[in-house]
Design a protein around this ligand. Structure first.
Ligand SMILES: [Zn+2]
Ligand SMILES: [Zn+2]
Length: 258
């Protein structure tokens, strides 16, 4: 879940926590968009000097709602070459988890950015999907992340290749299995043009066979989005024959029956 520090979310962590209790959740986690090595890389993340403020906002929610477990994480962009920066970021606070996400297939194109939709029209969808999954596979291999975020993000606007994407899924899932990182079932996809949870059932089934753990996320950017469509996410997990989900504390995971 996010905070206003990223510039495109509303509501404070305390508001998200209050909403979580209203709908009966027992544990939530924040993972706002992390700073990049250089501020000003784009306009949809906190700046480096805001990191401590972010942690303080989450700590405040923890103090105000002791009856709710609130985890501290970050959604970190994976770009090749950023590994040492990500390690430094990891050392700055006692994070419960890092969600590794690929939004950028090049230094300048974040494929989920609605302002850059025209880029999709200039390219072959399979080329973009392939570039994306290559980076996602590298992200899993880096072992910098406990969870890989929204694994089939390129479907967001509905630009889908006609080619078989299963080989791309397989390479990524194999890397995730080897590195021991989980993938999230992210319900934000249901609120986008693709109208589907990330990732698709086909990818999840491969992940289940390779025993890659899963987590549930609403990717909330507003308090009313907390836990949204979790029933559908649980259905999807069951369709892929998952029986367990996992939770994180101090970067260690623990399995829970669904
Ligand atoms: Zn966001
Ligand atoms: Zn993301």
């Amino acid at each position: 879940m996010h905070t206003p520090l990223c510039g495109h979310a509303v509501g404070e962590p305390v508001d998200y926590a209050r909403r979580a209790l209203e709908i009966g959740l027992t544990e939530i986690g924040f993972a706002d968009h992390s700073p990049m090595a250089k501020d000003g890389f784009d306009d949809w993340r906190m700046r480096d000097r805001q990191l401590d403020k972010y942690v303080a906002k989450v700590r405040l929610a923890q103090r105000m709602f002791p009856q709710l477990i609130i985890r501290l994480g970050l959604e970190v962009d994976y770009l090749p070459g950023q590994e040492s920066w990500i390690r430094k970021l990891a050392a700055r606070h006692p994070w419960d988890y890092f969600i590794g996400s690929v939004h950028y297939v090049s230094d300048s194109w974040d494929i989920d950015n609605p302002a850059k939709l025209s880029e999709w029209k200039k390219r072959d969808a399979f080329e973009v999907w392939s570039a994306y999954f290559e980076r996602l596979t590298q992200a899993a291999e880096s072992r910098l992340f406990q969870i890989i975020g929204h694994a089939d993000l390129p479907k967001k606007f509905g630009f889908r290749p006609t080619q078989d994407c299963r080989p791309l899924y397989r390479d990524f899932v194999t890397a995730a299995a080897q590195a021991g990182c989980a993938i999230e079932l992210n319900t934000a996809g249901l609120r986008k043009d693709c109208r589907e949870i990330y990732p698709c059932l086909e990818l999840l089934k491969i992940a289940r066979v390779k025993q890659v753990p899963i987590t549930f996320g609403s990717d909330a950017h507003a308090p009313e989005e907390v836990g949204l469509n979790f029933a559908e996410a649980v259905d999807l997990a069951r369709q892929a024959r998952y029986r367990e989900t996992c939770r994180f504390h101090c970067r260690q995971h623990e399995f829970i029956r669904i």
